[in-house]
Design a protein around this ligand. Structure first.
Ligand SMILES: Cc1cc2nc3c(=O)[nH]c(=O)nc-3n(C[C@H](O)[C@H](O)[C@H](O)COP(=O)(O)OP(=O)(O)OC[C@H]3O[C@@H](n4cnc5c(N)ncnc54)[C@H](O)[C@@H]3O)c2cc1C
Ligand SMILES: NC(=O)c1ccc[n+]([C@@H]2O[C@H](COP(=O)([O-])OP(=O)(O)OC[C@H]3O[C@@H](n4cnc5c(N)ncnc54)[C@H](O)[C@@H]3O)[C@@H](O)[C@H]2O)c1
Length: 453
């Protein structure tokens, strides 16, 4: 039995932040990773998708600016930069880095065998603290034939260096929307089949409809309320997707983007009492899942984002080190990196209604309210909506669909996190001219008037 102060199972962004902090605290740490240190985010999700999206975004941006032409696309160069960003799917530098910092690195599948006990390959580890950061898996919907047609998940889609001539994207959430726009802008014929009534269904309908218009401008076909019944390979090697209304869509490739589920199987969480009734990780506000076991990141199912995984790792390690603070998820930014970006934070209108929060809202069309959309591009665009709790006067939700919205939504995030009432925000806000942040002034003024009514 090998003894350690702490063991981290799964080395995606959540595991890496936890491990780094535990090492910094002087602990003897063992990290276990069955695939690549850096996780889904580093190789098959955030990093490759955002790297490639930037290429097509910059190209489209140039076309929208007066006096510029659409630059030529060097796809080979774009893919090789993507490959450099994902380290050629090689984590040997990360392995060496953790070893140099004094950690024990085990490349292999690990699972809890009991309180303070972990098995990794044929090694038995005794660990005072265990942090589980095993991420999530894509969910394949129950559609006849879906496992037999060589469908892509995000793994194949983000690492491909060959483009199909046509692509059906099943699911219109963040993964489906981002990758649909990427491939459409790389001149692939793209059709999204989405079961919801609007894209990115977690957000307000108005936001989802603006995303739909943006994708339609790029030539993406969108089937809403689409129910796929079966999928098969045709004689000419294409993929045929039959919908419940009997329509058949055909394309060279199918990308399944219908959601992700916490990766709890085989981790042994049940052996330490860390799995709740529904098979989900039980978690308190310090990310404790059981005595001396913490869980962070996608495996918790709280909010499937890298920044949440990293935040939960900070929460968990602070608890381990004895200066804990409670996790607060009220102000988690949610950015879909399509063009223009959809950025949201706090509650949507639906969530506010579910929670019984009486909200007032203000919506601002950016080109009618501020100058920045015109200095930014020839065809100005964008909208922002703010939601405030009528009773407390605090900002509780916001979304914007506009260039760079993923950056300037953080002002709303800070206001929501800090519980700033709208009048105080208005008094404190003096935004630079001409910026997108200026849109907060008319929106907050409208909110203040609505609260006062
Ligand atoms: C296409 C796509 C794009 C995305 N873009 C963004 C984005 O732009 N911004 C954002 O915030 N989020 C984005 N996400 C979500 C983001 O990728 C995840 O929220 C993030 O990776 C979660 O980090 P994690 O550490 O919890 O898990 P992961 O990154 O999944 O890492 C978990 C690690 O645990 C390992 N592991 C699992 N089980 C075991 C075991 N038993 N033993 C040892 N190791 C194990 C896995 O191999 C993996 O390396 C995107 C997701 C997708 C699919
Ligand atoms: N920019 C980012 O931060 C970013 C980008 C990508 C993914 N992510 C994260 O990854 C997670 C997974 O994203 P996702 O887009 O795969 O999942 P999702 O659950 O957010 O969206 C999937 C969508 O697919 C639809 N759907 C489900 N089954 C379907 C079916 N059979 N046919 C058609 N449509 C169907 C659902 O209505 C749902 O809206 C998200 O929670 C998100 O937080 C984040």
């Amino acid at each position: 039995m090998e003894r350690f102060d702490a063991c981290v199972i799964g080395m995606g962004p959540g595991g890496e932040v936890a491990a780094g902090r535990l090492i910094d605290a002087g602990m003897r740490v063992v990290v276990c990773e069955r695939d690549l240190i850096g996780g889904e985010c580093g190789y098959w999700a955030c990093i490759p998708s955002k790297t490639l999206l930037r290429v097509v975004e910059a190209r489209a941006a140039a076309a929208r600016v007066a006096g510029l032409d659409r630059p030529a696309l060097d796809l080979g160069d774009a893919f090789s930069y993507r490959d450099w960003m994902i380290r050629g799917l090689d984590d040997s530098a990360q392995v060496a880095h953790y070893r140099e910092r004094g950690a024990e690195v085990i490349k292999g599948e690990a699972s809890l065998t009991g309180p303070g006990r972990v098995r990794a390959g044929d090694r038995e580890l005794a660990c005072r603290y265990v942090v589980v950061a095993t991420g999530s898996d894509p969910v394949l919907p129950p559609i006849a034939g879906i496992r037999d047609v060589g469908a892509w998940t995000n793994k194949e889609a983000t690492t491909t260096s060959e483009l199909p001539d046509s692509l059906i994207v099943l699911g219109g959430g963040p993964v489906g929307v981002e990758l649909a726009q990427l491939f459409a802008r790389l001149e692939v014929e793209v059709t999204i089949v989405h079961s919801g009534e609007w894209l990115v269904s977690r957000e307000d309908r108005a936001a989802g409809e603006l995303v739909e218009h943006a994708l339609a401008d790029d030539g993406v076909r969108i089937v809403k309320r689409g129910r796929a019944r079966s999928v098969r390979k045709t004689a000419d090697g294409r993929i045929a997707l039959r919908l419940a209304d009997d329509r058949e869509l055909r394309a060279r490739q199918l990308l399944v983007a219908t959601g992700r589920a916490p990766r709890v199987r085989g981790v042994g969480l049940e052996r330490v009492g860390a799995l709740g009734d529904q098979g989900a990780v039980s978690l308190d506000a310090h990310c404790r899942a059981a005595e001396d076991v913490w869980a962070v990141g996608d495996v918790t199912g709280v909010a499937l984002f890298t920044h949440v995984a990293k935040y939960q790792a900070r929460v968990a390690v602070a608890d381990i080190l004895g200066h804990g603070f409670q996790a607060d998820y009220r102000a988690v930014p949610r950015v879909v990196f399509c063009d223009p970006e959809l950025a949201a934070v706090g509650v949507s209108e639906r969530v506010a209604a579910e929670r019984g929060i009486d909200v007032v809202s203000a919506t601002v069309e950016l080109p009618t309210a501020i100058a920045r959309p015109y200095t930014f591009e020839r065809q100005p665009r964008g909208a922002m909506r703010l939601l405030a709790d009528r009773a407390s006067g605090e900002l509780v939700g916001a979304w914007a669909l506009a260039p760079l919205a993923g950056e300037w939504i953080h002002l709303a995030a800070l206001a929501i996190g800090a519980r700033l009432p709208v009048p105080r925000l208005l008094a404190a806000l003096l935004p630079q001219f001409p910026t997108y942040v200026e849109a907060y002034v008319p929106a907050l003024e409208e909110l203040a008037a609505a609260i006062a009514r």
